[in-house]
Ligand binder design. Structure first.
Ligand SMILES: [Zn+2]
Length: 600
């Protein structure tokens, strides 16, 4: 076999030559602007369909909308790549602002179209949905119509939208501002440092226990000092949301997040029910971890602590080959697709200054390509991240034959393909471990994911639901928010914690994200959902790949319940389904316990 050297720097010139000064990109944006103006014009003149013969008119606007959306995604994805690869890029920032304005006009035009469709007579609507041209979009079109029906009048909703800029989103922005201004003074390795919140948070996995404890305490103190400001922001943000829900006649705060995730409350209850019933093995694991760290019960600041110092170095080329080898065992398409991504410069992995932290995958739909961004520094967890992002890219690849209308998948299923790909590599890494120490470290890495999804995310969900119930009755002061948080943490961690993190509600940005309410349970859903698909894949071997791809293609055109029933034959409204996924994670704990108990 000949050895190939994959580039660690991505190729963006295939889309628009010349980076942020590209003339091609300038021309693309000018064209996009004209396309949006034309779409706005069309939707403004669009009259309520009165018979099945109007199907072509509806179809034409859908096509026009799709054209704008694809052009916009293409530009915005490439510009996002410029910014991630070089945070000092000033020109790209201006371009991003320009696309932001386009995006707002596009949303308004789309909303106008949706509102007209909602006015169509029931009979006419039914015949439209049966027409050859629109049949394919029935799910999404019905969803649009239902959503308009659940809301207030167009006039009232647009008033809410305009008021929410300052009265709702403004609170989220204030939060970002407050956090950005916090500085943490801390002595690390004998040196006094001034850290941002993000930098101090990163010390939670520091190998020195004193550093973890001190940074945690300094952070808690910083949150406490400003707790009244955070409590005020959270209360007003929630108050706005609740007032809107009340006007719309929505009783449950879960209505919006469930709608967005195309999920029923029964499914959500079944998922948490299965997790709640299986806390014990994870509590045992946390107890063992506490012992390994020399304490009786685990402290919050030790949750992310490393338990061994063994980490293997693996260079980029080896990491790529490792991924390809193990992807190949699951399916030829996943392997071939990923090989092409490595060969064709789809991945930006180089370790160099001025890159944004973190990783992402973004799609350039007009070219049917994706780009992956990360910083590869040679750890096994970098390999897992790379596999994760390749999973996202594979999801887009699987969806290529699907119309744009049926490609807008929700947060819950968005992580399906990525978690699946990550699991393949994480499991393979545990199996390939050469020493016991290394195996323990890799297993712990896997268990930590389960702890995050089953315990940490669970505590956020418990806190948020309870906070909203109390908020309905009035302002909830910081002291009460702390109590609610501690209660939720003790419950979600099954009583395994010694010290908790009372100001977690202030520290976690996710509670202040206004665009997506309840930014928590979809994570756990995605993780467990993908684990059950992974379990099926293990049973069925490479034959499973075509079924898997069919499932991915359907992720944005049906409810999650129908998706699971159609492709997995599983009823996800029942606890049994979820219990199977949890059981897979318990196996990791069992193996960890066995390895750590047989000392020497
Ligand atoms: Zn992801």
């Amino acid at each position: 076999m000949t050895k190939v050297n994959y580039s660690e720097v991505w190729d963006l010139d295939v889309f628009f030559e010349g980076g942020s000064n590209s003339e091609e990109l300038r021309l693309h944006l000018n064209n996009l602007k004209a396309k949006i103006a034309s779409l706005e014009n069309t939707t403004a003149q669009f009259e309520t369909p009165t018979s099945a013969n109007d199907d072509s008119k509806v179809f034409d606007i859908i096509e026009k909308t799709k054209d704008v959306a694809l052009n916009m995604s293409q530009a915005s994805a490439v510009i996002g790549c410029f910014l991630a690869a070089d945070t000092t890029e000033k020109k790209a920032l201006l371009l991003q602002g320009e696309v932001g304005i386009f995006s707002a006009s596009f949303s308004t035009a789309l909303l106008q179209f949706q509102q007209v469709l909602a006015k169509v007579d029931e009979d006419v609507w039914n015949s439209l949905m049966e027409s050859e041209k629109l049949k394919e979009f029935t799910f999404v079109l019905n969803e649009w119509r239902d959503e308009v029906g659940l809301k207030l009048s167009g006039k009232e909703e647009s008033l809410i939208t305009s008021l929410s800029v300052d009265g709702y989103h403004g609170w989220g922005q204030l939060y970002d501002l407050l956090v950005g201004n916090i500085k943490i003074e801390l002595e690390v390795d004998g040196e006094l440092k001034t850290l941002s919140v993000g930098q101090a948070n990163n010390l939670s996995s520091h190998s020195n226990g004193e550093v973890r404890k001190k940074s945690f305490e300094a952070l808690e103190k910083a949150w406490e000092e400003k707790e009244d400001f955070f409590a005020s922001a959270l209360n007003h943000l929630a108050g706005f949301r609740l007032a809107v829900y009340e006007k719309r006649g929505w009783e449950s705060v879960l209505k919006e997040p469930l709608l967005r995730n195309r999920m029923s409350e029964e499914t959500l209850d079944a998922m948490w029910g299965a997790i709640g019933a299986s806390k014990e093995p994870f509590v045992n694991y946390l107890n063992i971890k506490a012992k390994m760290l020399g304490t009786d019960k685990l402290n919050w600041y030790d949750i992310d602590a490393p338990v061994t110092s063994s980490t293997k170095e693996i260079n980029y080329q080896e990491g790529a080959e490792f991924i390809l080898e193990h992807f190949g065992k699951f399916g030829p398409e996943l392997e071939a697709f990923s090989r092409k991504a490595f060969e064709d410069g789809w991945i930006e992995a180089e370790d160099r200054p001025n890159k944004r932290p973190g990783g992402f995958c973004t799609g350039m739909p007009m070219s049917e390509q994706s780009r992956i961004f990360m910083t590869y520094s040679g750890s096994m967890s970098n390999v897992a991240t790379l596999a994760h992002e390749l999973g996202h890219a594979f999801h887009s690849y699987a969806m290529r034959p699907v119309h744009w209308m049926n490609r807008q998948y929700a947060m819950g299923v968005a992580e399906t393909a990525s978690t699946f790909a990550e699991m393949i590599v994480a499991d393979a890494a545990v199996k390939a471990a050469e020493t016991k120490e290394e195996k323990i470290a890799l297993l712990e890495d896997k268990i930590q994911r389960s702890v995050a999804f089953f315990m940490n995310i669970h505590s956020r969900f418990l806190f948020e639901t309870r906070f909203y119930e109390e908020r309905k009755k009035g302002i909830v002061p910081a002291s009460r928010l702390n109590e609610l948080m501690v209660e939720a943490q003790q419950e979600a961690y099954g009583g395994a914690l010694d010290t908790t993190h009372p100001h977690f509600w202030a520290s976690k940005l996710h509670f202040y994200i206004t665009r997506v309410p309840f930014y928590n349970f979809p994570y756990t859903f995605g993780y467990l959902f993908s684990l059950s698909i992974y379990a099926k894949a293990l049973e069925e071997g490479t034959d499973f790949e075509q079924k898997y791809m069919a499932l991915l293609r359907d992720t944005a055109s049906m409810s999650v319940e129908d998706l699971a029933m159609k492709h997995l034959g599983e009823d996800i409204t029942k606890q049994d389904f979820w219990a199977k996924g949890v059981a897979l994670c318990v196996k990791d704990v069992d193996e960890f316990m066995e390895l750590t108990s047989k000392e020497g």
